[in-house]
Design a protein around this ligand. Structure first.
Ligand code: ZN
Length: 143
């Protein structure tokens, strides 16, 4: 069988899509118009040197990300690729279990210990080279 897992609820949904932008000030009104909904939260994530802004789109969210410090990961991303989709985040109720499961399958992580990210989440990222070039974030709600 191609998909050998009996449990398919590991990745519960696409929690959000992260979009790298030059300026939240410019992009928040743009995405408010695009999505027809207001930004419901902005948050600075000091561990990543970024500022974020969130929009609800049904079950998922859009996260706009700008750098807050020279030389942040977002600035480097935009220099290389321009503004655009930066990562896809999947939610899980067991981030530690998911890290173990994915490592055992050969996936590589940027950091293997989850850290506190924006929006009250524990997060970790996989290395894009192990996921067809897509930066994948796992996130678990902190309760
Ligand atoms: Zn994210």
């Amino acid at each position: 069988m191609y998909f050998p897992y009996s449990r398919i609820e590991f990745m519960q949904k696409i929690e959000h899509i992260g979009i790298a932008v030059n300026s939240l000030e410019k992009s928040i009104p743009l995405f408010e118009q695009l999505l027809g909904t207001l930004c419901y939260k902005t948050e600075s994530v000091t561990s990543e040197n970024v500022n974020t802004a969130f929009f609800k789109t049904g079950e998922s969210k859009i996260e706009l990300i700008e750098d807050s410090t020279e030389g942040s990961i977002i600035q480097k991303f935009i220099e290389k690729k321009g503004e655009g989709i930066h990562h896809i985040a999947f939610s899980t109720d067991n981030i530690e279990g998911e890290i173990k499961r994915l490592k055992s399958l050969g996936f590589e992580f940027i950091q293997e210990i989850p850290k506190k990210g924006a929006d009250n989440k524990l997060i970790c990222f996989l290395k894009p080279k192990s996921t067809n070039g897509v930066l994948v974030e796992l996130c678990q709600e902190i309760v």
